[in-house]
Design a protein around this ligand. Structure first.
Ligand code: UD1
Ligand code: CA
Length: 420
């Protein structure tokens, strides 16, 4: 654990620009709330204490926070980022190390970046170390103002910047590591005399500099997009793309074939075994589990609660939800399975549909090992298809089918046994 460092995650904002009933930080990014990624970062850094400043619809954040050793701090009025930090003062009264400020709307940051920032802050013994970045379009960000010696002396917000300052392309990513005691001293001197009439945390930099304290900066190298803040749904879509490519690259390095990363959508938290291949235009939602040597897609939609066992093939225009598909089974074309448990080596014929919803309830369907479901079969749940049973093409199965029997027709009836 890093006993010297605590983290505060600012997440009280409404996110007005999202135009949504959902608090901004709860908007999903690859299947989970964006704030979860930031909580993961703080956890990975092994900070001594993790505080999350909540405000707008804070009850909605509770479900996420309960999975972490994080303490929620309530900010009742959104008076600005400095006010948000001030709310944490009493929770930190026994702590005297460094304080890392993170934002709930910056989920793309890498752990290595933050670890380097903290390291630089510790090594330089500065009062504050700001994570900055050079960007092509600095619009909306605070600009870094440096003195003649190149030292950071202030951060000026877009709305308060002069034309000259607006032309600067070095921005404040928002991530700053502070010496805790010096920060709270500086915050006491912050006033809301700016365009937004808010208490700006960024003013702490100017106050510290004017008091003769050392301010350091850590300039983000490489792709500055990891520091991108999400304010609009356009930002969210861009961030989603970046996160999605990261997820896909991880699978590929683990031995999963992704034929076309541009058209493959896999949520965070999906498990895929080695040498499975995902064909284009496939959507795999959170918590899905896929075994080894499976073939999935093209045009396949796997929804939460789906388990595909080793060597199974799920082909084009297929949807599976809350279902298991057993080892070696095939479902190659145009089929839907919901609330269904399928055994081993089952063949689900083209156009099979499980009618799992009667308008009120969802019901279970069980398909035994080795069963052969004929093309265009409808399985009206709840129903059980026995092992090695066969349904004829176009059958509408409304009653359980015994092991090894053949049913045909609408509604499906058992064929008398004859040697086949
Ligand atoms: C902030 C920085 C800016 C930086 C940018 C990076 C300030 C004054 N400005 O601007 O320099 O370039 O981030 O993305 O800090 N929040 C609260 N309580 C409040 C206000 C905000 O918890 O009273 C939270 C928000 O939920 C959000 C974060 O703080 O997660 C940042 O607030 P936001 O209003 O988005 O700041 P920016 O204008 O983006
Ligand atoms: Ca922001």
């Amino acid at each position: 654990m890093n006993k010297q460092c605590a983290a505060i995650i600012l997440a009280a904002g409404e996110g007005t620009r999202m135009k949504s009933e959902t608090p901004k930080v709860m908007h999903p990014l690859c299947g989970r709330p964006m704030v979860s990624y930031v909580l993961d970062l703080a956890k990975a850094l092994k900070v001594a204490t993790m505080l999350v400043v909540v405000g707008h619809k804070r009850e909605r954040l509770q479900e996420v926070l309960s999975g972490y050793k994080a303490k929620a701090v309530h900010q009742d009025k959104l008076l600005g980022t400095a006010d948000a930090i001030k709310r944490c003062e009493s929770a930190l009264k026994n702590f005297s190390g460094n304080l890392l400020v993170l934002y709930g709307d910056q989920p793309l940051l890498c752990k290595e970046t933050l670890a380097s920032l903290i390291q630089k802050h510790e090594d330089s013994n500065a009062a504050a170390t700001v994570l900055t970045a050079y960007v092509d379009n600095p619009f909306g960000y605070g600009r870094i103002i440096r003195d003649n010696f190149g030292r950071v002396k202030a951060i000026v917000e877009e709305k308060d910047a002069s034309e000259e300052e607006r032309a600067l392309t070095e921005i404040n990513t928002g991530i700053i590591c502070f010496k805790k005691q010096l920060l709270f001293k500086a915050i006491a001197g912050i006033k809301p005399n700016n365009a937004k009439k808010e208490y700006y945390l960024t003013d702490a930099i100017r106050i510290m500099f004017e008091a003769g304290l050392a301010i350091e900066s850590f300039i983000l190298k490489g792709d500055a997009r990891q520091a991108q803040g999400i304010n609009t749904r356009i930002d969210l879509a861009q961030a989603q793309n970046i996160m999605r490519q990261r997820i896909l690259e991880k699978y590929m390095l683990d031995g999963v074939g992704i034929i076309d990363p541009q058209t493959t959508f896999i949520d965070y938290g999906v498990t895929i075994g080695q040498e499975s291949v995902i064909y284009p235009f496939t959507v795999i939602e959170k918590d899905v589990i896929i075994g080894k040597l499976c073939q999935i897609g093209p045009f396949c939609h796997l929804r939460p609660g789906t388990v595909i066992e080793d060597t199974a093939t799920i082909g084009n225009f297929t949807e599976v939800t809350r279902s298991k598909i057993g080892k070696g089974s095939f479902m190659k074309h145009f089929s839907y399975l919901g609330d269904t448990s399928t055994g081993k080596n089952v063949n689900i014929g083209c156009g099979t549909v499980v009618a799992n919803f009667d308008g009120r309830h969802k019901q279970q369907t069980i398909i035994g090992d080795g069963a052969f479901i004929g093309s265009d079969t409808v399985l009206r749940s709840p129903v059980k298809i026995g092992k090695y049973a066969i349904t004829g093409a176009g059958a509408v199965v409304t009653k359980d089918v015994k092991d090894g029997t053949v049913v045909v027709g609408v509604p499906a009836k058992e064929l008398p046994y004859k040697k086949r």
